[in-house]
Structures are given as C-alpha cells and as structure tokens.
Design a protein around this ligand. Structure first.
Ligand code: GDX
Ligand code: MN
Length: 401
C-alpha cells in the first residue's frame, strides 16, 4: 500500500450483537493505519449499545481515534432495518467527516481482521471505486444469496455481470466518497431501509457505472449462527421483493470494469467445508407446518409438478423434496416474479415454504455429496437461469414467427 495516512472511515451497523465480539472488531478497525474514525450505527439503545457506549472512551483514548456511536434514522419507506443504518452512516460520513472512503462490516463477525480492510483499500488505490469482500462459505450457507439474489440477477439481467457477483448480499464492502455522495442523493436507494439495501447498492453501483472489484478473503466469515430457517423469513421476503419490484429496470454493464479474485475450492478450510449452516431437522418440520387454506389455493398459480410436490409435503410421512431441483426452481422463480404480492402475508408464507423446499433439496441431494458438488450445483443453477433467460425471448420470437 502506497499511502499510509488515515483516510477511511469504518462503519458497523449493529442490532443487539455480542458486545465482546463487536468491541474486538471496533479495535481491529481502529488499529488499521488507513482508518481515521469508526462509526457504529445502532438500531436502538439495547444491551449491546450500552456496552459499546461505556467502552468508547477507553477505545478512543487507547487508539487515539474517534469512535462515533449513533442511532439509525428513519430514512426509507420500507421496514426500518439495516438499510436505514447504512444510509444513516453514509449521511454522517458525508456531512460530518472529510475522509475519502467508507467501509462497512457486520458487527458479529468472529473472523474479522485488518486484512479485510487492507485488501479492499488496495483495490480502491487502483482504478476501482467499489471493493466488495467475498468468502468461502459452508455448503448450505448463503441460501438467500444463491436462490434469491443470484438467481434473480440472472433472471432479470442475464446480459450483465450481476449474476457473477459472488456475494451481492455480503455486508462487507468499501467505496469512495463520490459513490457515497451519489447514494445519499438517490431517493430510490434511500427507500430501501430494510434487507433490500445490499441489492439496492449493487444495482445503484451499476447505474453509476462504478468499477467494482471483489476480493476473496480466504479465512472466511464466521458469524452468529442461524437456528431454524425461520430466522431468515424477513430477510428472504425483503431480498425477493426488491428483485421483483425492479424486474423491468434496464441495466447495462457494458464497459464497466468488474474483476474478482479467482476462487480455489481446494483451499477452503475444512471447518467451513463441513460446517452446518442451519438446523436441518428443525427445518424439515417447517415444510409441513403453517399452511392456511388460502396459501394452498395460491399453489394453483404454479405448474402441476410444483403444486403437487408442495401439497404432498403437507401430508404426514417422509418429506420428499426431490422435485425442487434447480431446474424446477427456475419455473417457481418465474411464477413468483409475476404473481408474488408483497402486501400479502399468504404470499410471503408461500415464498418461504417454496424456498425451504429448495434449500432442503440442495441440502439432501447436492450438499450431502460434498463441498465441491454443492458449489458446482449452485454455480450451475445461476448459469442455467442466465442461459434460459437469454434464450427465452429468442424461442418465443421464433414461435411467433
Ligand atoms: N443498525 C442496525 N439496524 N443494524 C442491523 C439491523 C438493523 O435493523 N439488522 C441487522 N443489523 C446488523 C447486525 O447487527 C449485523 O452487524 C449486520 O447488520 C448483519 O446482520 P446479521 O443479523 O448478522 O445478518 P446475517 O444474517 O449474518 O446476514 C449478513 O450476511 C449475509 C451473508 O453474507 O450471507 C448480512 O450482511 C446479509 O446482508 C448477508 O446476506
Ligand atoms: Mn451475521
């Protein structure tokens, strides 16, 4: 790294995290020579907030740098969540600090270290305006990233580099001040106060024609574990909603510089290769539970194979999710993009049930065969979405002719 003077700000959005883990991460950031100040944006004055509040004077004294502890503002139209926290940080960064770059990291990362900052800083020193982090992940982790966001990018924007972005939802990224300035002026971005924010930023970066680099962090991101997949219900619905709402937006990434580090599957730590990302047994019963008559009726919107497969899951006996393979998921996705109603809880429940079936199909029939097979099937799924969508209009055109 050429420059060594501090010119960057690190932001951690947080909501009731383990304060010990979080404070260690704040220290890690403050110790980096490039970091001038840290901004912590809390959801509310919870236990974690109070613990950080009492640690701030010591941290500032010890490291000789400012630590700002603020609460998120209501800036967007959606549920006030991580999006409001990130946008609150951006506003603070632009209005209250003179620095050139801002980084975001999740507060709950156990494996966070200064290398993450160094690697993204290096790319910003080059021609890139945005640097994102990607990591090796457990074979059943990232199930919203893969099945919702990456598939959605491939479905809506098959001609762009969007489907190739490794971790479009990862909360670990850094960008230059001019990008932050654009984002806080962008009413469309500010609207996404919820889990849609990562996708909103990603789509906005493309609209601003920002050159992007994805660095690969080999040691991986270990963070607070999920229990049952119900923990992810809200994130799932919000991440799908932004994809659906923007499906007719035109995005052209021609000429935008996009590079990523190459990923070597063999180098993925064994601990990650064999990690269980969620509680499989607990999740199986979710497929059988909570079906309202209205939700069953919505299944009529889907092709027979999917409707019958989903109905069979509700009967007692063994759960058979074989039908929900990546190819079938493509059919599901098309129907969801067309008919999903974000105002309807019944549709949200159905989206959840369908997604759980897909996640379990992946878990039982791909992830069980080993890490490499699990990853290959996920990459293949996204590529097949891309190809089918590229071919789609062509075939229809031929039939019409
Ligand atoms: N201020 C604030 N307000 N912080 C929040 C809120 C909120 O409403 N909700 C979450 N956070 C913080 C949280 O404390 C943590 O620091 C970070 O945002 C991420 O939340 P977490 O519950 O750890 O999310 P999770 O499920 O680990 O997902 C993250 O990693 C995913 C991934 O890489 O797979 C998150 O960054 C996702 O966007 C990403 O997809
Ligand atoms: Mn987390």
């Amino acid at each position: 790294m050429g420059k060594t003077h501090p010119e960057s700000v690190v932001c951690f959005p947080f909501k009731n995290e383990d304060a010990k883990v979080f404070i260690k991460n704040i220290k890690e950031a403050l110790e980096h020579p490039r970091v001038a100040e840290v901004i912590c944006v809390g959801y509310e004055k919870d236990e974690c907030y109070k613990a950080v509040e009492s640690a701030v004077p010591f941290l500032q004294k010890e490291k000789g740098k400012r630590v700002h502890l603020i609460l998120q503002k209501k800036l967007g139209e959606k549920r006030s969540g991580k999006g409001d926290a990130m946008n609150t940080a951006l506003t603070f960064f632009i209005n209250q600090t003179p620095y050139g770059r801002i980084h975001f990291y999740d507060a709950d990362i156990v494996t966070f270290n200064r290398e993450w900052i160094t690697k993204t800083e290096e790319k910003l020193d080059q021609n890139f305006q945005v640097a994102r982090c990607s990591f090796p992940k457990a074979p059943t982790d990232g199930m919203i990233t893969w099945n919702i966001t990456r598939c959605g990018f491939a479905y809506n924007w098959p001609e762009t580099f969007l489907p190739e972005i490794e971790q479009p939802l990862g909360g670990e990224l850094a960008f230059r001040r001019e990008i932050a300035q654009e984002l806080i002026k962008d009413r469309w971005v500010l609207k996404y106060s919820d889990w849609g924010i990562d996708t909103a930023y990603m789509l906005a970066f493309c609209q601003y024609k920002a050159p992007i680099y994805e660095v690969y962090i080999r040691n991986g991101k270990l963070h607070k574990l999920y229990g049952q997949l119900t923990d992810l219900y809200t994130m799932l619905v919000e991440c799908f909603t932004i994809i659906q709402e923007n499906q007719s937006v035109k995005i052209d990434t021609n000429g935008i510089l996009y590079h990523k580090d190459s990923i070597d599957i063999a180098s993925v730590p064994q601990e990650i290769q064999h990690k269980k990302a969620f509680d499989v047994e607990g999740t199986v019963s979710l497929l059988r539970e909570n079906w309202s008559p209205q939700e069953k009726e919505l299944l009529d919107t889907f092709p027979a194979k999917i409707r019958e497969g989903m109905l069979a899951l509700q009967k007692s006996g063994t759960v058979d999710v074989r039908f929900m393979d990546p190819e079938t998921w493509y059919e599901v996705y098309g129907v969801l993009l067309r008919y999903f109603d974000q105002k309807s809880l019944i549709w949200s429940d159905l989206l959840f049930h369908l997604w759980v079936a897909r996640v379990l199909n992946h878990t039982f029939y791909f992830a069980s065969k080993g890490f490499r097979q699990a990853m290959e099937s996920l990459y293949r799924m996204v590529t097949s979405f891309e190809h089918r969508r590229r071919k789609g209009p062509l075939i229809r055109g031929q039939i019409a002719a």
